[in-house]
Design a protein around this ligand. Structure first.
Ligand code: AMP
Ligand code: ZN
Length: 463
């Protein structure tokens, strides 16, 4: 039972062997908390949750350490807080809480650690922090201070650029966009920058300032997972410059041949065939989708595509996922725990081939529908490897979109008004109220109280 994973660094699918099977260690770049997460942001969260579940299945739940950081210091955050007139801390904490609620609704387990960048700028209790890491890079000749900034000197690392394999001239051209006078080389990138009095900042050997974007992940992964760990993940857009620069910082500071043994990247998500953007009006937040769809249907729709492929997010895909789950929940409602389906597990072991794993579950569903012994139980148990079928079946059936949520107090008020109209023999009015309720999706049932003989009206939601 070999797990094989595609490694972006070596460009091949390789057998995964943890450095220490008793402490399998994975780091995934998490959200920058300044606004609701969009459906593209949900992809790495779901994909790496599937991997986390699989690793826990293979090595035991207590033997997998999953770190997903929270970027709570960033210029986008400062700008958004100023725009809304709220404090940076209120903005980041509120956004982080929303993120947690959203991804929990998508059926994702909590990582072992969710360190906030601001906690690791200076952290004497940790093995390493950002300020110490930067100091070490200066000491070892890989970084230099200039005009309140500290920069990583890219030519100091002979094999810089192996992860993204971008041609050198392309990297230089990219870096030239922001050539600052204090840079020794156009490719050099910022480790530390000065902060104004109204910007978040920390005292440091290089003056009052704040960290650049990449250093937080090098510091937090080393503090919580060690200098070399098993898996580093994130979206494909992070390969360059973010992960390339994380590798440069960590390998040069710790003098290690690699930072992580496997680099995994999820493909990008497009909406109805187009790049998601605010200006195109197809920008969808997880929160908005959750108003109309159960989180589990969103999760299943996401897993229909293998994680490295681009995904085309469509409403049709969501509808199909919802229908599939309707069937699965119906079939497995009374099923006991069963056996793991070998085909589902094998597919996941092959670089998380979720479409193939789901095809095996569909096969089980057909067998279960024909009454094959153990098939429903196996479906229930195996679906959990993907984080599906976790809810009691009745909870699934009772789910209603928020847009169809019934205002119960209003229903009761209208029922009382209708009873009064009927008593006064204003039948046109009583019919009008009944129609108003019907338009809200409420069906009335008139009857009599068995004890008093008084007329009573009960109601239910029609679907
Ligand atoms: P950010 O908050 O922008 O730093 O992004 C958080 C995570 O979401 C990163 O791993 C990104 O690579 C990933 N991500 C952002 N947009 C998309 C998208 N459209 N499709 C897939 N992943 C994305
Ligand atoms: Zn990162």
């Amino acid at each position: 039972m070999d797990l094989r994973l595609y490694d972006t660094l070596t460009r091949e699918k390789r057998r995964f062997q943890p450095i220490d099977p008793a402490r399998v260690r994975m780091y995934v770049c998490g959200p920058t908390v300044y606004d609701f997460a969009h459906i593209g942001n949900a992809r790495p969260v779901i994909v790496f949750d599937v991997l986390y579940r699989l690793l826990r299945h293979l090595y035991g739940a207590d033997h997998v350490i999953y770190v997903r950081n929270v970027t709570d210091v960033d210029d986008k955050i400062n700008a958004r807080a100023a725009e809304r007139g709220v404090s940076i801390r209120d903005l980041t904490e509120g956004t982080y809480r929303d993120f947690k609620t959203d991804v929990a609704a998508l059926g994702c387990l909590e990582p072992t650690h969710e360190p906030r960048a601001t906690e690791y700028v200076r952290n004497p209790a940790a093995r390493i922090d950002m300020i110490r890491l930067i100091a070490r890079l200066i000491e070892t000749g890989h970084a230099y201070a200039a005009e309140g900034h500290v920069l990583f000197h890219v030519p100091s690392m002979p094999d810089y650029g192996r992860l993204s394999k971008r041609p050198l001239d392309e990297m230089i051209a990219g870096a030239r966009v922001e050539v600052a006078p204090y840079k020794r080389d156009p490719q050099d990138f910022v480790l530390w920058k000065p902060s104004g009095a109204n910007e978040p900042g920390w005292d440091s050997p290089w003056g009052y300032g704040r960290p650049g974007w990449h250093i937080e992940c090098s510091a937090m992964s080393a503090a919580l997972l060690g200098e070399v760990f098993d898996i580093h993940g994130g979206g494909i857009d992070l390969v360059f410059p973010h992960h390339e620069n994380e590798i440069a910082q960590s390998r040069c500071a710790f003098r290690t041949p690699v930072m992580a043994n496997f680099w995994m990247h999820n493909g990008f998500l497009q909406v109805e065939g187009e790049k998601m953007s605010k200006s195109l009006g197809n920008f969808v937040t997880i929160r908005e989708l959750l108003a109309d769809w159960p989180g589990e249907a969103i999760r299943l729709a996401m897993l229909q595509t293998q994680y490295r492929q681009p995904i085309n997010w469509t409403e049709a895909g969501l509808r199909e996922a919802k229908r599939t789950l309707d069937h699965w929940y119906q079939l497995t409602a009374d099923a006991p725990e069963g056996l793991y389906c070998a085909d589902t597990l094998d597919a996941l072991l092959d670089d998380l081939n979720t479409p193939k794993a789901l095809a095996a579950l569909h096969e089980l569903r057909s067998e279960a529908a024909k009454g094959a012994k153990g098939a429903a139980a196996a479906l229930k148990t195996s679906a959990r490897l993907l984080g599906l079928l976790h809810h009691p079946a009745h909870q699934w059936t009772e789910w209603r979109p928020a847009s169809l949520a019934i205002d119960e107090a209003k229903v009761e008020r209208l029922i009382v008004a209708r009873a009064a109209a009927r008593k006064a023999k204003s039948f046109a009015e009583s019919d009008r109220i009944r129609d108003e309720l019907a338009a809200m999706g409420v069906v009335l049932k008139d009857g009599k109280d068995p004890n008093t003989g008084e007329p009573v009206t009960t109601w239910e939601v029609a679907r």
